[in-house]
Structures are given as C-alpha cells and as structure tokens.
Design a protein. Sequence first.
Lengths: 181, 309
Amino acid sequence: MEPRIIIDSIEFNLILKRLAYQLIENHGDFSNSAIIGLQTKGVVLADRLKKELDKILPNANILCGALDITFFRDDFRRGSKPLVANTTKIDFIIENKNIILIDDVFFTGRTVRAGLDAMLAFGRPASVELLVFVNRRYKRHLPVQPTYIGKTVDSVDSEKVKVEWSDEEGKDQVVLYKTEN
Amino acid sequence: METLSVEHLLGIKNLTQADIELIFKTADEFKAVINRPIKKVPSLRDITIANLFFENSTRTKLSFELAERRLSADVINFASGSSSVKKGETLLDTVNNILAMKVDMVVLRHPNPGAQIYLSKKINAKIVNAGDGAHEHPTQALLDAFSIREKYGEVKGKKIVIVGDILHSRVALSNIFCLQKLGAEVMLCGPATLIPKYAHSLGVKIEHDLLKALEWCDVANMLRIQLERQDTKFFPSSREYIMQYGLDLNKLNSLSKEITIMHPGPINRGVEISSEVADSNQSIILNQVENGVAIRMAVMYLLAAKINR
C-alpha cells in the first residue's frame, strides 16, 4: 500500500498553532512552566512548539529541554530498540515547575512511562502534562492519557504513523505506512 | 541496532574499533547520569552481577561496584582471601557455585593470565575481565583512552608514552591495543629490564631516555613499579629509578610544551611521580577515576543487552 498522508502541511501548521495557544491558555506566560521533548522526535516537536510560543509571547523566556529515556525503557533486552542513548539536556531546575512532556506519536504509553521515571532524576515537578502530535487509539498498554492532542488517529498494529518535519524530511506532514508483517 | 561484537569483555585485543567507539558513546551518556542529583538508572534491575576478586583491588572493585549499583543491578562480592579457595576449591568450582545462585554476569580479577578466557568457555554468564595477571586490564585501558578523548576531542593522531614497569603491567598491554585501535601512536619508556622482549612486535616505539620520551608525547601515562610481581631485582635501587624515570616538576617544566599526565593508580608518590606533578593542573588522574565508573557502566550495560532469558 502506498503511504497515505493523513495530515498535510496546511493542517500540520494549524495544529501546531492551536497546540501553542492551548498551552498558553493553561500556562500563561510560562513563568513557572517548562516544556521537555522526549528524544528523539519529541525534541523536534518541542523545538517547533517553542518557536510558535516565542512568536506569540516574545518576552517570555520559555524553558525547553530534551529528555532521553533509553536507560529507563522497560523493554531492555527484549527487542531491537536502540541501546545507545541520545543526549539529555535539561539545564534548568524542574522542582516545583509545571512540566509539559512532549512526544510526536502516542501509542502504547510505554515511552511516556519511561519519560516520567527519567524526569524524576531532575527533581519533583509540581505537575506533569503530556502533549502529543498524533494520538493513536486502540493500543494503549498502560493507563496514560495525553493532556493535549494534535490529532487522534485510528490505526491498526500493522500500520506505522510517521510525523515528518520540513527541517528533516523536507515537508511538514503525517504519513501512514503499511508495515510488512 | 548497534551492539558489541563480543559476548564477554576478555581483553581489548578482541574488540573492534567500532566496539570501542560504541562503549565511549554510551559512556558519554552515563557520565551525564552520574553527574545528576539522582545518579541511578534502572536498566539492569533484573541482572545479578558477581564481583570475584582473586587479587587485591581497591579502586577497580569500588568502581565496578558503584557502576553496577548505578545501573540498579543486584551485586554480590567475593574476595579470595576470605573464601573456600583457601581450602583448595578450583576456580571453575568456585564460579559454578556462585552461578548456581543465578548470577548473570561475572566481573573477575585473577592472578593467572587467561583465567577469564578459560571461564568464558566453561560457563554461561557474561564475563568482564577486571585484570588477569600481567595480561590485560581492558576497562582501565578504555577509561584511559576515554579520558584522552575527553581532554583532546579525539585519540587519533595523539602521541602517548607509557612509562615505567611495562613488563609486569596489564594496564600497558591493554592500553597499547586500545590506543592503536583508535589511531594513536604509542611509545614505551623505562629501563631495558622492564620493557618486555616482545615489545617491538607490538608496533610501538621504545625509548629509554625519559626526557626524550616526554618531549615526544602529548600524554604520559606513568605506571607504578609492581614490586609484588617482581621476584628479582630489575634495577639497582629505587633512588636510581627515581632519578632516571621518576617524573617531577623539574623534568616537567624543562619540556618545551605542556603535556597531560595520567596514572592508573595506585600512585607511589615520590617514586614514579612526585606529589607536585600528580596534583598539578596537567594531571587528569582524578578524571580517570570518575570516567572509570562511566566506562564500566557502559561495558556492563552493553554486555547485559546480550543476555537472553
């Protein structure tokens, strides 16, 4: 099956803007909030969202970090997930802050579970919310739900949802692939 | 998926350049972990590791144990001095008894060269060589090269001189293999009696004049005289050795450039290295110790990934 575009570039950028405004609605000028992207693609989304937020709130020095969850996975030695970690870069104190964890695709919930664990090494936040660009239904393994959703997609196991970025793949879009198995 | 090409860490000789680079890349992230307020990750929470030390050790044993605990592994310790080895038990029996307690990985230090290689053929657990006689000490070589990479950005093209008792040193042999695999030039320096006869076959330079060697190098790795492994006299007196091969501030200041000083420990202050040099800004001895934990975490993490349940 040919890859199918489920969010095109126009809708993609509308969603980004909407998510930015939703965050501002809840977090005001971000004086006690920070966004943290989960490596690797959540970091790309966090950076793009920060750009959107900076356009709307040019004077609000919004804190943005990157969190790697490799060492906190629950599937170590159980699959073909990469062993080598990416960089974690959180150069601010998260203690008592309102944190928004960010990932591109939300599926089983295991990455977010690992992200919550990994984040605790940096302190105890006041609250944690979850923002995802694509929410895949029907495959949750854990009782975790996103606070902010770009778009909810119904897909089956044999399909793969990929968020593509203009800086990396040349185009902002979300594509649905059929996998081999 | 990037993974090690070996099932055990028996020596640097068995590793590829890609293996070493994978260990370094992983250690970079573990170094960040051990500098956080909470210095622990849960990766090895279902792994049990036995530290079997048939020879004395302070920092290597502590470093391994800390690395294991930082990875959340369960740890058991064994020192031969207080064990049934004294009652005549063989190495294989000792290890098999420990493995019967469901141990997944063994960190082994043993006075006999090749003890780990022998065990790796007999048992099912992953083995990390923590030093075998005067043969190899792979994690020390990895942390030494990692420290050079940290200081200079890369190891390739750097000139490293290893000074002192090369003949009895497992650190020297592992360092030679590791540095050469990473593209560094290696020189050995010491009295002719403490340079092994086979040294030429390792593709290293040999120099008996310390000042010439120091003038050539970017990094000097100063080794301790291993009196416990010496059954005859290899040099006339300690005083003469110190005069010829001891690194003091006068010798260091007489060089035309600034070099980096390393030492695998334990230091005999005033013998191979003076206190002023060991504590100087050019010394990265304590960085080596810190990096040792990160490197050992990386090695055990990457080997644990190969354990099948």
